[in-house]
Write a protein that binds this ligand. Structure first.
Ligand code: AMP
Ligand code: ZN
Ligand code: MN
Length: 402
């Protein structure tokens, strides 16, 4: 009983301290942003100064902050407060309408389009260029999209690049330079008369909501089409190889997408991820239609195309949420402890009680530091380091003295 009380007091204390320190640091950072930082006064051996160079510090409006408060979704102007609380999708009605009444025209390319990727592409980094892109996209019936993220030097991660391709042009949108201007592109993503083609869109859909309040309405996901067709593989690399004879090096996923200018190799990789999607979608739709026609009995007719479209639009209904924990770092701590203790046969009962407690404290510290300094958990302290530290800590007074 006493123990439980102690734990509760500790949890409340750590929670309050965490909230307070995040609040103070955010205010302090805001105030210091415009000031020069002399290296001698910097804490964390100058890391605070280096942090000033992090591109996210230039973002004026951050929709998902590192606090423990829930994410606030977009509220449309005409929505009444109870109609659209924090947990409802601002475009639920539009997406549901599409699910009930899908468009019947699924043709994403005309026959005369050249599949080959041209030498040129458009780099979009100013508000004027972004508005011009929106003008182009609003006249299209379909365009393809992919995004690249940066996650190592940020707690929640952020979108560093959005690739958009029409039949005529590849656009690379610098979402670091344009972070605070991205709202102008929201309407084309939410326009249900324009189809957006993605591959494996689950994460992209959530990242676009998290960073820009961009909600996708009318999606065709080529990975969902692969599922409906029971393809042996559904990776983009497989589709590129099979339909376009193009190889892509997926290791580039892990590059630092904050880098400017992007290397030629990264530009090429990023363009490939969106450029061929319209053609691939067209091929998959032809196969889905063919499957429909091969079923001879009209009563059993399975609408393959509509099923792929339905599964895609179901993805759009997902909502971004921040992870909620009763105690900072709690879920990481319990999975680390149980994994480690399960892998070790016959440990002493003293170890069995002290080890999880140490892991819990280390995970709490890591969680708070990562939020404060806007770093990923793995950048602050790796899982292996937590286990090693907790493993080697003295368990008895004799061990401490020895
Ligand atoms: P993709 O659409 O496949 O290019 O991936 C989009 C983003 O997801 C990348 O920019 C990475 O940030 C992240 N990502 C995907 N797969 C991996 C991976 N295997 N390792 C690290 N990051 C990944
Ligand atoms: Zn992607
Ligand atoms: Mn990509």
């Amino acid at each position: 009983m006493e123990n439980r009380y102690k734990m509760r007091v500790m949890a409340v204390t750590i929670g309050t301290l965490a909230a307070l320190s995040i609040f103070i640091t955010v205010r302090y950072r805001r105030r210091r942003r415009s000031q020069k930082c002399p290296s001698s006064s910097c804490y964390l051996r100058g890391d605070h100064c280096q942090n000033q160079k992090k591109p996210q510090h230039a973002f004026k409006r951050v929709l998902a902050d590192n606090s423990y408060s829930p994410f606030k979704h977009l509220k449309k102007l005409h929505d009444s407060p109870n109609e659209n609380d924090l947990n409802s999708h601002p475009y639920e009605a539009e997406i549901t309408a599409l699910l009930d009444n899908p468009g019947l025209e699924f043709s994403f390319m005309n026959e005369y389009t050249d599949l080959k990727m041209s030498e040129t592409y458009t780099w979009v980094e100013t508000e004027t260029q972004l508005k011009e892109l929106v003008d182009v996209l609003s006249k299209e019936r379909v365009f393809s999209v992919d995004t690249e993220q940066h996650s190592l030097r940020s707690f929640l991660g952020f979108t560093a690049l959005i690739q958009i391709s029409t039949q005529k042009e590849d656009y690379l949108v610098d979402t670091i330079a344009l972070h605070d201007a991205m709202s102008v592109i929201r309407p084309v993503f939410a326009d249900s008369s324009i189809c957006k083609v993605f591959h494996g869109s689950d994460n992209d859909i959530l990242w676009l909501q998290r960073d820009f309040h961009i909600y996708v309405v009318n999606l065709f996901d080529t990975a969902k089409a692969c599922e409906v067709l029971s393809k042996p593989q559904k990776s983009l690399a497989y589709l590129l190889e099979t339909y376009c004879g193009v190889t892509t090096n997926k290791l580039l996923q892990r590059e630092d997408w904050r880098q400017r200018p992007l290397s030629n190799e990264m530009v090429q990789y990023a363009r490939i991820d969106a450029h061929y999607l319209l053609y691939i979608a067209n091929c998959l739709i032809a196969e889905l239609k063919q499957q429909e026609n091969e079923i001879s009995c009209p009563d059993d007719k399975f609408h393959f195309v509509l099923e792929a479209s339905r599964r895609s639009n179901m993805t759009c209904l997902q909502l971004y949420t921040k992870d909620v924990e009763g105690f900072p770092g709690e879920s990481a701590a319990s999975s680390l402890s149980s994994r480690h203790l399960n892998g070790q046969g016959g440990v002493s009962s003293n170890f069995e009680t002290k080890f999880p407690d140490l892991v819990r404290r280390l995970c709490a510290w890591r969680d708070i530091m990562a939020r404060l300094h806007d770093e990923s958990l793995r950048y602050v302290l790796s899982d292996q380091a937590i286990v090693a530290l907790a493993d080697r800590a003295p368990m008895t007074t004799t061990e401490s003295l020895g």
